[in-house]
Ligand binder design. Structure first.
Ligand SMILES: NC(=O)c1ccc[n+]([C@@H]2O[C@H](COP(=O)([O-])OP(=O)(O)OC[C@H]3O[C@@H](n4cnc5c(N)ncnc54)[C@H](OP(=O)(O)O)[C@@H]3O)[C@@H](O)[C@H]2O)c1
Length: 324
């Protein structure tokens, strides 16, 4: 018998990998907690640009794993701890937490309840609402891993952030400023420019309309120290061309039109892998002052398929599902 009063939950799941039509609202059993896991009552689920890849079976293939159908979609979110496994001592029932759960056989975040490894979760930074924290985990960890572990960004360095008004980008702009770097933000659209300026970037340009190389040259005449690329293609090529000799660029795996290396600079791919140290560092930086986690649109769980369709539109920050 579970501690939660509920034995079943509303969820959106698939019975096989495929298109958006495979996504169905369902009533499913609340998953059971193992000793190193927590059961979360989900308040908000993030809807990532990678969720269609999960739905189509891309991650299952990449990780060489069988899905446990019906598979509940969704890889990050936030809520309240309902139950903790015997080995979990750092979190307790009632705590507000956010976390990551990618391709778990027990299902993901498009549900009223989800089970996650305690190491893949953390307390929500005190200044953030549970709603906003619902879209933070994957993109926050990926932004920080890019800046900190991969680029090893130092105070005073210049960095270009491509896709600065997107999910990873808008978090990376604020984290890089908190790491005392000089930030050239390459955003999308008039709304994206205004948004990223408000977040504290030193200079903002529209990567769809303006000349990135020219702007980078004005910003850092001797060449940029670093670039975080959350989009690929010509804009990424220009960002790499604007690096100084010995400069470095990083892009999370999944960016399409994979950025290409050039002589004299390092171009590194990486993943936003969660661990307790990364969450601690992310929370410390977020707690260092006002911080915005931006949700462009919030949908109901039952509209999860519509939400995945909306990923193709232009929007700022992230999309979310509200579970209550
Ligand atoms: N490996 C990992 O661990 C990991 C984790 C998270 C994400 N990812 C990958 O990282 C990538 C970014 O993720 P995300 O959540 O940040 O996605 P996102 O919210 O779609 O961010 C990408 C942003 O780039 C903008 N953009 C594209 N071309 C641009 C240009 N030329 N100039 C300015 N802005 C431009 C897009 O805006 P418009 O659409 O308006 O152009 C969008 O806002 C995705 O490929 C995702 O799959 C990987």
């Amino acid at each position: 018998m579970k501690n939660t009063s509920h034995q079943t939950m509303r969820a959106v799941a698939i019975d096989e990998f495929g298109g958006i039509e495979k996504m169905k609202p369902r009533e499913l059993p609340v998953p059971e907690v193992a000793p190193d896991e927590i059961l979360l009552r989900v308040d908000t689920a993030g809807v990532g640009v990678w969720d269609p890849f999960e739905r189509e079976g891309g991650f299952a293939k990449e990780f060489g794993m069988q899905a446990n159908f019906p598979h509940v979609l969704g890889s990050d979110g936030a809520g309240t701890v309902e139950e903790v496994g015997d080995q979990v001592h750092n979190l307790k029932r009632g705590d507000r937490v956010y976390g990551i759960n990618l391709m778990s056989p027990k299902g993901g975040f498009y549900a009223e309840y989800t089970v996650i490894k305690a190491d893949n979760a953390a307390m929500i930074p005190r200044a953030l609402s549970t709603r906003d924290a619902g879209v933070l985990a994957v993109d926050g960890v990926t932004a920080l891993n890019g800046l900190n572990k991969t680029l090893q960004l130092k105070a005073g360095e210049s960095i270009l952030i491509l896709g600065a008004s997107g999910g990873i980008g808008h978090l990376a702009v604020q984290l890089a400023k908190r790491m005392k770097a000089r930030v050239l933000a390459v955003a999308s659209g008039q709304d994206g420019l205004a948004f990223v300026k408000r977040l504290g970037a030193d200079k903002v340009i529209d990567g769809h309309r303006e000349d990135i190389l020219k702007a980078a040259h004005e910003f850092a005449p001797k060449g940029l120290d670093a670039a975080l690329l959350t989009a690929g293609g010509k804009a990424a090529e220009q960002a790499i061309a604007a690096l100084r000799a010995g400069g470095r660029a990083a892009y999370p795996n999944g960016v399409e039109d994979v950025p290409q290396a050039r002589d004299g600079v390092k171009v590194m791919s990486y993943n936003g892998e969660p661990d307790p140290q990364t969450f601690a560092k992310l929370n410390e930086l977020i707690n260092g002052g006002p911080f915005e986690v931006h949700i462009a649109r919030t949908f109901k769980l039952e509209d999860a398929a519509k939400t995945q369709q909306a990923l193709n539109d232009h929007y700022l920050g992230k999309l979310a599902l509200a579970l209550n």
